[in-house]
Design a binder for this molecule. Structure first.
Ligand code: FPP
Ligand code: MG
Length: 360
């Protein structure tokens, strides 16, 4: 399963979403528009809009809505997906400032082109536009989902920011890690899974689903989001990254406590924690020997396997939740989405195996 399948299956809805992203992010300032165009044109895989649209279409079909309302529903679901993607874009602009990132998806970041102040303000503008357009969406809708959706978007933004605040404090010291694994899941639940569960919740609500199904879809999104973040953490150890021009071992260099590092620190002994701590947040590019030393600790503590286990557990949880929903065409596509994530996980694992065999 690859992401292009979803892009072609949902082409009409995703094109409409893209159109609304452009409309909602426009301003009457020339420089702001230029910057926003740069951001909007550098779109990612649109995972959250895909989940929102699939949950919406699942729910619209499941709720036996009058098909005459379908065009209106599609328009609202695309607007909701655009609002969500604007929040995501804004959070990435801010994240690049915090992480001092010069590139995202092989394109220069706004902070590297225009400086931190400008980038932060553009990020702020996009959140403001997303809230304003959420208000407009519910105000103009004839449906009754109004305040629920407004509240859930605001709650999602608040969790996202809180997750970043928590991560910031959490990353300060590698050895202060007694509750590291629990803290990790709480932080990732806020900073990453919040927007995935929001996508499913909002889609389902716009599609007029029963509340118990909406709740299941929300939990589905949460598990997908956690698995997605762990896979992203694992990617830092994948050697194929180097081939695509991105560097690996960057999370250690910049002091980000990813799940493999938390496990390594938790299960290591005999001075290994000190070895990890020397590299953590060193801001220096790691030498091949440093990398081999870290890989050795990761192997000894089974940290990669443990992290893969956690990613797979959350993928399995998401799959089980889908079994609880009455089946229709879109629950099958949601289960294809689970397969896509699972395949992505396997590809990352293959690349990590290469890194391990390099050492042997
Ligand atoms: C990616 O993290 C970033 C996030 C999951 C959330 C970032 C959120 C903020 C900075 C809070 C501000 C939010 C708003 C709405 C203004 P990562 O660094 O792990 O991933 P990356 O590899 O994609 O950079
Ligand atoms: Mg980042």
């Amino acid at each position: 399963m690859n992401i292009e399948n979803f892009h072609s299956e949902l082409k009409a809805e995703l094109d409409l979403t893209q159109k609304y992203i452009m409309t909602f992010s426009e301003s009457n300032d020339r420089l702001a528009n230029k910057a926003i165009k740069h951001i909007v044109s550098n779109k990612g895989k649109m995972l959250r809009p895909i989940l929102l649209i699939l949950s919406g279409k699942y729910s619209f079909l499941a709720s036996n809505e009058n098909p005459k309302n379908e065009n209106h529903f599609i328009d609202e679901v695309a607007k909701a997906a655009a609002i969500l993607e604007l929040i995501q874009m804004s959070s990435l602009i801010h994240d690049d400032v915090l992480d001092h990132s010069s590139h995202r998806r092989n394109k220069a970041t706004l902070n590297s082109l225009k400086g931190n102040r400008f980038a932060i303000l553009i990020g702020d503008y996009l959140v403001a536009q997303s809230i304003k357009n959420c208000y407009k969406l519910i105000h103009h809708s004839e449906r009754l989902f109004g305040s629920t959706i407004m509240y859930s978007f605001l709650d999602g933004i608040s969790k996202l920011v809180l997750g970043e605040v928590q991560q910031n404090n959490f990353n300060e010291n590698l050895s202060e890690n007694k509750n590291g694994i629990d803290n990790y899941f709480e932080i990732v639940g806020n900073k990453t899974a919040s927007l995935f569960s929001l996508a499913c919740f909002v889609g389902s609500t716009v599609g007029n689903n029963k509340s118990e199904h909406t709740e299941l879809l929300e939990r589905f999104g949460h598990n997908i989001g956690i698995a997605y973040q762990i896979i992203d953490d694992l990617r830092d150890f994948a050697f194929a990254k180097e081939i695509s021009g991105e560097k690996n071992f960057q999370d250690i260099k910049f002091g980000i406590k990813t799940l493999p590092i938390i496990f390594a620190n938790h299960f290591s002994q005999n001075g290994e924690q000190e070895k990890l701590a020397t590299h953590f947040n060193s801001k220096k590019e790691l030498s091949e020997n440093d990398k081999l030393e870290i890989i050795e600790i990761l192997k000894k503590t089974g940290s990669i396997e443990r992290s893969i286990g956690e990613a797979k557990t959350h993928i399995a949880k998401a799959r089980i939740i889908l079994y609880e929903l009455p089946e229709n065409k879109y629950s099958i596509l949601l289960s294809d989405f689970v397969c896509y994530l699972s395949d992505t996980c396997d590809k990352v694992i293959e690349n990590i195996n290469i890194s391990v065999s390099v050492k042997q």
